[in-house]
Design a protein around this ligand. Sequence first.
Ligand SMILES: C[S@@+](CC[C@H](N)C(=O)[O-])C[C@H]1O[C@@H](n2cnc3c(N)ncnc32)[C@H](O)[C@@H]1O
Length: 282
Amino acid sequence: MQMQCLLQETSRRLRELDGDLARRKAEEIVLHVLGCSRSELLLHPRKTLSRLDTEAVAGIVERRLAGMPPAYALGAVYFYNREFAVSPDVLIPRPETEVLVDLVLQDETSEDALFLDMGTGSGCIAGTLLAARSRWRAVAIDRSRAALGVAARNLGARAMLLRADCADALRPSRAFDFITANLPYVSCGEMASLDASVRNFEPHAALDGGKDGLDLYRRFLPCCAGLLRPGGRLYCEIGETQEQGIRELFAALAPDFDLGCLVVHRDLCGRPRVVRAATHHT
Ligand SMILES: C[S@@+](CC[C@H](N)C(=O)[O-])C[C@H]1O[C@@H](n2cnc3c(N)ncnc32)[C@H](O)[C@@H]1O
């Protein structure tokens, strides 16, 4: 089939779902499958596409029409300007998580660093940090074997992948310069009111944080001081209603963390998004 025919056919099929954006969405799909630029697409409207490519485009459209989120339908998503492979085994990386990445890149100034990424999922946090700092190395941990399969596609040789539970993943070693964690933090009440595309397609094990959403952090935070070097920092993503709850969890860990250094960072709308804590220097 010719490129222009495929684009027309794809936009027509997406019209009901994407309305005026159908043509743009069709282009995104075709560009993704062909791995070419938009200008190539516009310059060669009569190019004949292989059956394999035409079928791949049709498959993505089928999945979109079945209600699958675009990132899963394509098998890829952009996070911090980089493309990451995703599948329904991992949470789709969210723009909110870019706040955490920004903060780490601003605060961690060593050229060499070893960090732990807990609940790595697609590996979007570790992968972005490793791409930005050529001498950093990471240990990326997740409890889900399937998620680690996706992370392996996104992370190179400077990341070591480990399947483990956050509360007993590693022996205390004080080896890590910093820790990033985006563990599930959606409360039971919020789980019920999630958007249908999230509830029906995204892995519940990547979302469900128990009664108040803080179950996983309640188990993980007490392990962190034993993993961090003296003065090492921990960056955790939280939900917008959890500032008070997470402060209380850290207050109970006062002998390990320097509470004077605890900072809650907000997104552009002023919602709490990331907590940064540091261990004592000695
Ligand atoms: C909110 S997702 C975050 C994924 C990715 N880091 C991101 O920012 O998009 C949470 C991840 O934690 C993992 N997870 C859930 N419970 C865990 C546990 N007890 N120990 C380790 N990882 C866990 C899930 O499999 C999921 O990949």
